[in-house]
Write a protein that binds this ligand. Sequence first.
Ligand SMILES: Nc1ncnc2c1ncn2[C@@H]1O[C@H](COP(=O)(O)OP(=O)(O)OP(=O)(O)O)[C@@H](O)[C@H]1O
Length: 312
Amino acid sequence: MLEPVYELEDVTFYYKKGRYKANDGISLTIYKGEIIGILGPNGAGKTTLIKQMIGHLAPTVGSVKFQRQEVSRNTKDVIKQIAYYSQETFALSFLKTWEAIYFTGRLKGLSKKEAKQQTDNILLRLGMKAYRNKLVSKLSGGQRRLISLGTTLIGQASVIILDEPTNELDPLKRKLVWEIIRELNYKGTTIILVTHNILEAEKVVHRVAVIDNGKLLAIDHVEKLKRRVDQRMRLEIYAHEASFQKIQDKLESFGKVELVEDAKLAMLIDKHAIRPVIDLIQDEALNISQYSLLPPSLEDVYSMLQEQQRSE
Ligand SMILES: Nc1ncnc2c1ncn2[C@@H]1O[C@H](COP(=O)(O)OP(=O)(O)OP(=O)(O)O)[C@@H](O)[C@H]1O
């Protein structure tokens, strides 16, 4: 039986004395032991939603329950059971790295011995043992984010909310953080993950909630969401920037062509349109250096949902 951890019903939140609606009728359930990704563009309302889940904000309308308790009425109790990693500047910069983690553990109620043991393990796991006596203020931005993550990990909460945990990290450290997230989940921790890094998150999350304009556009398992676009393929085209416009004009009638990286365009095409599209891009005048056809990704689902919402 799936056990609900969070139950959100019709959550609506207004900023600026009721003039700005940041969350609009969001209903969803988060279950014990899952990794759920909350995806959405800047300003979609993700952080506002999370703030209501940890009791920093109370919903204007609707209800947010954590293990059947209304969060806004039991915030002290609820907050003890959750660890939250935010994007905000790390407040403990005046401490040494081990102190920042250790004292957070003590504040969470750990004994001296337990806090010390967990601090040592966390520093080791984060690859930060060599920096244990360095002031947090003297660390690089990425290292500081790791220590901030360390303060989230100490205390071993059963529910962890991570807001952009891989921001500012180099590829190796990002990989480490995804590994740690998987390990925590393997041990039973429920993980709620807010991220823009869809490509990386796709490999880790079980379910995804897509939010845009304050509204929940979809919530489902990654594979089920992908089935919504499985009659299509993703075409990636590498070309010189000077040819982008020509390529976009030529392929316009088959779908939206997006610039995804410096020299890369991508589009979703119906399976029956593959042959005519491939014929078109053979044109030497387009200066295409390489192209590939791939199965659709979570990113494609995400773009499709946004497009659908905007055209409604
Ligand atoms: N304190 C505030 N006062 C007024 N409006 C706010 C406040 N905080 C956020 N907003 C507005 O509410 C909307 C949702 O913001 P929110 O921070 O929840 O989005 P987000 O999805 O977390 O964005 P990002 O990915 O950029 O962090 C935005 O349009 C934002 O401008």
